[in-house]
Design a binder for this molecule. Structure first.
Ligand code: FAD
Length: 565
């Protein structure tokens, strides 16, 4: 396939530097305040975790006299992120009468990968996707706790959306590409890793998708109403007829024939997180989420009679670099609670190097989707782990050839250095470097028996590399590495929380359902506020499926209302 060479030519080396910058600075600028790092001992578990009664609260009362302005529309889109912009983009093209609002003062940061199946670009490059297999793979990730017809909606409709974005981005001077590593085994078992991950190069240089779509909307005469925070839906008799917004001018009412919730998940709501996502809380150290995603749409939907997924689904990546001794979990239990680590993702955390717990012992196959090691760490002291490698790490990473946003091979081939790749953890002093393994163990905080365990574990792991067989966890031989060549490196990690992907139950037309699975008339949900798609985890090997399904769902609602679906 010609794409590899094209990929290397077009990949912007500086773009990866920007990944770290976005992770370290962009998110630090907009994420909740962090608490100072602190060693809270080995358990780290929050006590008195909030319950549903605490997080849902009661629907606010808004007196008629408090409404300073009333607007009327056919289609109200609440949230101008991935899903909301996709809905608005289609609504504008289809001539719908609509209003789009967001509580923030700008559209959220665009996420790099957009998943689409059998797009024009993929077809032109002879990519084939086994659609039934993909449907059943996503269903398997969700343990069946999903609406397969909704998943099929993404599989069947995503090409049309990606092709639309491709044209829109082309007008803004950006070209689509498919990021395609060679197919190879991973995780010690068979995963389906289809080529669905589209991005627009250079992917971290503006304008990005959200900006381009927002500007296009403005050009079509549709301004996004920013700083409009939806506080409740207008509802009664199983029907939703609009919403009420808090604005700088006072409360505004928008009467709407149809309303789309596109308000994202609840990762920035620690009370909901503790009540609904105990496993994610137990392994996370870093806040990588959009701080305006506080679960407002889920609450409003429930107040209006909707039902929610029974089980949670977090998006957690294995990159929350922390200082030795810092536990995973929140400091505090109320709405001001914060994860104890720094606010940044260190991408090298997703490389399948040896990882050990606080006792210096390996505890899982490291060659899996990002969240597996995070969830496995909830069974380990402090919910954190330490990643260790030696000075051959760049060669190791080329051999590992990971997929999605942990993929570094093109950058390494273009000259990216280790120092550039790990700049954030080096600058913060939490990446340890030593000339001997004994010294490294001390720097990482291993003492007494734990230090002995650590040194023995490195020895054992080196033996597995020599034998090309992981006798403990069945990791593929090509993802083993030797730890023999000084200097040696180690860094502690927890999970970084990106978003939540469980939400209001919807049917394949994105209509919100009540507990009896009846449609709530006039109410739709798309993206992370909606559920019925994921459960328990984020299927990271289906790269870009989160933005993919959010966009397709949003676009589908607009098309449905325009009679074009
Ligand atoms: C760092 C990071 C990287 C990611 N990378 C990828 C990737 O490469 N590929 C991928 O597929 N997925 C990725 N994701 C996940 C992806 O971004 C989300 O799944 C997707 O954006 C969800 O779209 P959404 O429209 O539901 O939410 P968002 O895009 O988050 O938009 C929700 C909007 O609703 C607004 N809002 C919230 N409450 C209210 C309210 N009360 N009133 C009005 N407006 C409100 C918010 O301000 C926000 O603008 C990433 C996530 C993060 C955090």
């Amino acid at each position: 396939m010609s794409n590899t060479s094209m990929q290397l030519n077009r990949r912007d080396f500086l773009g990866l530097g920007a990944v770290a910058a976005v992770g370290a600075m962009g998110l630090a600028g907009c994420a909740p305040q962090t608490a100072p790092e602190k060693n809270l001992g080995e358990t780290g578990a929050a006590t008195d975790a909030p319950t549903a009664a605490d997080w849902l609260g009661v629907e606010p009362e808004v007196a008629e006299g408090d409404i300073v302005e009333t607007l009327d529309t056919d289609f109200l889109i609440i949230g101008a992120g991935t899903a909301g912009l996709a809905a608005a983009g289609a609504a504008a093209d289809l001539g719908l009468n609509f209003i789009v609002c967001d509580k923030s003062n700008q559209v959220p940061e665009t996420r790099e990968y957009l998943g689409g199946v059998d797009t024009a670009y993929a077809k032109a490059n002879n990519v084939t996707i086994d659609r039934p297999k993909l449907l059943n793979e996503l269903t398997r990730y969700a343990s069946g706790k999903c609406n397969q017809k909704l998943i099929k909606r993404w599989i069947d409709d995503s090409a049309e959306y990606v092709d639309w974005v491709t044209e829109v981005m082309k007008d803004a001077g950006k070209e689509v590409m498919l990021d395609m590593p060679p197919a190879h085994a991973t995780g010690g078992t068979d995963y389906y890793v289809p080529y669905v991950q589209h991005l627009w190069e250079p992917s971290y240089v503006p304008p990005t998708r959200n900006d381009v779509i927002a500007e296009r909307l403005a050009g079509q005469g549709h301004e996004i109403l920013f700083e409009h925070k939806m506080v409740k839906l207008l509802h009664g008799d199983g029907k939703v007829t609009g919403a009420i917004f808090e604005t700088a001018e006072g409360m505004k009412q928008v009467n709407a024939k149809n309303t789309l919730l596109a308000t994202g998940g609840y990762a920035a709501n620690p009370v909901m997180m503790q009540a609904l996502q105990p496993s994610a809380v137990a392994c996370c150290t870093a806040s990588s989420f959009n701080p305006t995603c506080t679960g407002d749409g889920i609450k409003a939907g429930l107040w209006a009679g909707a039902s929610k997924d029974k089980d949670a689904a977090p998006m957690v990546f294995d990159r929350g670099a922390v200082a030795p001794g810092v536990d995973a979990g929140y400091e505090g239990t109320d709405e001001s609670a914060v994860f104890r680590g720094n606010i940044f993702q260190e991408n090298i955390g997703s490389q399948p190097f040896m990882k050990v717990n606080r006792h210096g012992q390996r505890f899982a196959n490291e060659s899996t989707p990002y969240d597996f090691v995070c969830f496995a760490a909830t069974y380990q002291p402090g919910g954190v782990w330490c990643q260790v490698y030696d000075s051959n790490m760049m060669d190791d990473m080329v051999r590992f050839e990971t997929v999605g946003c942990s993929r570094v091979v093109p950058y390494i081939e273009m000259g990216m250095t280790f120092d550039e790749y790990t700049a954030a953890s080096q600058e913060s002093g939490i990446l340890m470097k030593a000339d001997t393994l004994e010294e490294l163990a001390d720097m990482l905080g291993f003492a007494d028996q734990d230090k002995d365990n650590f040194l023995a574990e490195v020895e054992r792991y080196n033996g597995f590399f020599d034998k090309q067989e992981d006798e403990d966890f069945g990791k593929e031989a090509y993802r083993l590495s030797a730890i023999r060549q000084a200097p040696f490196y180690g860094c502690w990690f927890g999970g970084s929380l990106l978003t939540t992907i469980d939400g209001l139950r919807i049917n394949e037309n994105c209509q919100v359902l009540d507990e009896g699975l009846n449609v709530i008339e006039g109410l739709y949900a798309a993206g992370d506020v909606s559920g019925s798609f994921f459960s328990g985890n984020y299927p990271e090997y289906i790269v870009g499926v989160a933005c993919g399904r959010s966009s397709v769902e949003g676009r589908h609602v607009a098309k449905l209302l325009a009679g074009a679906a």
